[in-house]
Design a protein around this ligand. Structure first.
Ligand SMILES: [Zn+2]
Length: 235
């Protein structure tokens, strides 16, 4: 794995005793890799991530994993609000929804896979999430074109595989908003985030087909079955 070290000083110490358990994926949402790398290393910007991966697969190490990089911002997962302390952050070069969102090339995904394996071999990572999962009202990255399914098939993160029982339960659930909201919260989403944003974030990660159907903000039996499956797998 090719690694180039670039120094970013946008970090501090992780909160007392916190060891990272989340691997957090982002896209840069900027026009070029150079612009993104410059911003992540610019003291004025106050943003950073541990790693940056270009579309050609080049990996830049910006901050030691032991330090707290500043990539999550105001975020929440399962009661935890200091997501920077709890995570290792990877930025993937992509223009994003604002400047021309496109699929992540194979070379980039391959490097991400190798890097993720390396990170997971030396840390106790239990959750692989997107920025939109921990900040559903503010963020859409890495977005619905990010291939979470492929990554899960390679052993990084999880992918829903609903059983018949879960499909049956989902049919009943999709009529009751209150129960559905509680399920999203029990998985980890922020209970005070707008419901439609949570649903959209869940779809971006676990049911990207909803974006093709134009139903990304609405739950359906299919998405509920997937949520039940994911909760079962994270128990
Ligand atoms: Zn992000």
């Amino acid at each position: 794995m090719f690694f180039e070290t670039y120094k970013s000083l946008n970090y501090d110490e992780r909160s007392d005793g916190v060891v990272p358990y989340i691997l957090l994926m982002h896209y840069t949402g900027m026009e070029t890799m150079e612009a993104a790398r410059e911003r992540l290393c610019d003291l004025e910007s106050k943003v950073s991530a541990h790693y940056l991966i270009d579309e050609d697969g080049s990996i830049y190490s910006l901050i030691p994993e032991s330090k707290r990089a500043w990539h999550a911002g105001a975020s929440y997962w399962h009661g935890d609000i200091d997501i920077n302390s709890a995570s290792i952050g990877i930025e993937l070069v992509n223009k994003g929804h604002e400047f021309g969102y496109r699929a992540f090339p194979d070379a980039q995904m391959q490097s991400l896979l190798e890097l993720s394996r390396k990170i997971m071999s030396s840390n106790n990572i239990t959750h692989v999430l997107g920025h939109s999962d921990v900040a559903p009202e503010r963020k859409a990255d890495p977005g619905e074109l990010f291939n979470w399914q492929w990554l899960a098939e390679q052993g990084i993160g999880i992918w829903p595989d609903p059983t018949d029982e879960e499909f049956e339960q989902a049919q009943k659930l999709s009529c009751n908003d209150y129960d559905v909201e509680r399920l999203f919260t029990s998985f980890g989403y922020n209970p005070i985030a707008a419901y439609i944003d949570v649903v959209t974030a869940f779809h971006r990660h676990f049911y990207p087909e909803a974006f093709i159907n134009g139903t990304e903000g609405q739950v359906c039996a299919q998405s509920m079955a997937r949520l039940l499956s994911i909760i079962r797998q994270t128990r």
